[in-house]
Design a protein. Structure first.
Length: 442
């Protein structure tokens, strides 16, 4: 299912398309020299920084002992050595064997690469171990039109709920080099193939666990089977958290600020428990309390950034009535340093992003290290609550379908349709900034 984010990246994409157009016209004589800001993953001489690895759920590999891992890696490297070679500063695979896989794992990144393949070949680029940005024979005689090859390369072929096929057929004729650009931020993937957008900020689904987001970090794999494929000019740039936040925010024309950046005008409740500093609302570590908007909201999309100190604890109030414990009279979405040792024994519904006492959030390293700014989006439509953290969907639940809460307590707030938004402080120096909202019920 597509949501409002998918089509809100037109301005950034204009810039990307301009870059792609220039890159597409670059000479083949680049000799694997990366552009400014990028690193060459392939040096044109050997496979330093790469290892062999097949299609495999990384959770299985992560669970192996050091001895098991070493034995498997030896087997995979031997397979890669048989089927990969280097010719004219190009990586060449004969269509068989283990996939070349980066030794390093990546979070958010931009990736450029050139590839050239042959009729009947089938390939792809695994992102954080997850299959895949598709590369294949797009011709009818290739025999795969029945499964979408007629739509071309550059799509997220293994998706089931989100956009699967590319927006345009952008493949070059066999024998010519194709240039592919991939940007991955959170679970969102943008692909530009030969100057044409084939995937526009599309959610990449987790092939190995359809009920969870893709992995927060992982390797890039060059998948090959069915025929020869060549790669060159494989360049990568890691995206920092501040840049990632801007990308995730995208076009904000439909959003209104909730905070003027100077004082707590428009807010009520524990106004003495929070202070304003350089465009941030900060919970006073000696006070805290419930700081709520004066306005009430029904259905909305709420965007914000937050930063927690070590062991920090706060909460987002949603549809709170302004009296009683907002975690029960309204809804509380937990804000927490999930990495703190003192929280190791919490219940699943108490960790960051959870609908407190009602719906546990997905966990998997999606939150950034303490003292870094995280980007969060809360979407509420009727009784459906969606929480996206740094581009990963960690909660997607319809509370109207829940009759028994996981904490066994009464939560009358889960049936509310309007109320105040805000922060539920517990005396920790948790900071918030860039508060923007879009009403959906006007």
């Amino acid at each position: 299912m597509r949501n409002h984010l998918t089509r809100m990246r037109s301005v950034p994409l204009l810039t990307l398309l301009a870059i792609a157009a220039c890159a597409a016209n670059a000479s083949a004589a680049e000799h694997n020299t990366p552009p400014l800001g990028f690193t060459a993953l392939f040096n044109g001489k050997d496979t330093s920084g790469w290892r062999g690895r097949p299609h495999l759920d990384p959770r299985e590999e992560w669970g192996w002992s050091q001895t098991e891992r070493a034995a498997k890696q030896k087997e995979w490297d031997e397979s890669a050595a048989k089927h990969w070679s280097i010719e004219n500063a190009e990586l060449v695979n004969d269509g068989e064997g283990a996939y070349l896989t980066t030794v390093k794992e990546y979070g958010d990144f931009e990736l450029w690469l050139d590839y050239k393949t042959v009729p009947l070949a089938d390939s792809g680029i695994y992102l954080r171990y997850n299959p895949q940005v598709q590369i294949w024979d797009y011709r009818e005689e290739g025999g795969k039109w029945g499964i979408g090859a007629d739509k071309g390369s550059g799509g997220l072929w293994n998706n089931q709920k989100h956009e699967r096929f590319p927006q345009a057929v952008a493949d070059k004729p066999f024998g010519e080099w194709n240039r592919m650009y991939i940007r991955m931020v959170g679970e969102r993937v943008t692909v530009i193939l030969n100057g044409q957008v084939t995937a526009d900020h599309v959610v990449m689904e987790n092939f190995f666990d359809r009920n969870s987001p893709v992995f927060a970090k992982g390797a890039i794999q060059l998948q090959t089977h069915g025929g020869e494929i060549r790669f060159r000019n494989v360049f990568l740039r890691e995206i920092g958290h501040e840049e990632a936040n801007r990308i995730l925010a995208g076009d904000e024309a439909a959003f209104l600020p909730m905070f003027n950046g100077h004082d707590l005008t428009g807010w009520q409740g524990a106004t003495e428990g929070y202070y304003v500093s350089y465009g941030k609302i900060i919970c006073d570590p000696e006070k805290g309390g419930n700081l709520l908007t004066k306005d009430e909201y029904g259905d909305f999309i709420w965007r914000l950034e937050f930063k927690v100190p070590p062991g920090g604890n706060n909460g987002l109030a949603v549809r709170a009535p302004g009296h009683g414990d907002a975690a029960y009279t309204g809804i509380e979405l937990q804000v927490l340093d999930d990495t703190a040792e003192k929280y190791n024994e919490l219940q699943p519904w108490q960790y960051h992003g959870s609908v407190y006492g009602i719906v546990p959030a997905k966990r998997g390293g999606f939150q950034r290290p303490v003292e870094q700014w995280n980007y969060q989006e809360v979407e509420v439509r009727g009784q459906r609550y969606i929480v996206r953290l740094n581009g990963f969907t960690i909660v997607d639940a319809d509370l109207s379908e829940i009759s028994t809460t996981v904490d066994g307590k009464d939560h009358p707030g889960m049936r509310r349709t309007t109320g105040h938004l805000g922060f539920l402080g517990h005396g920790d120096r948790v900071a918030f900034r860039n508060l923007r909202i879009r009403r959906l019920d006007e």
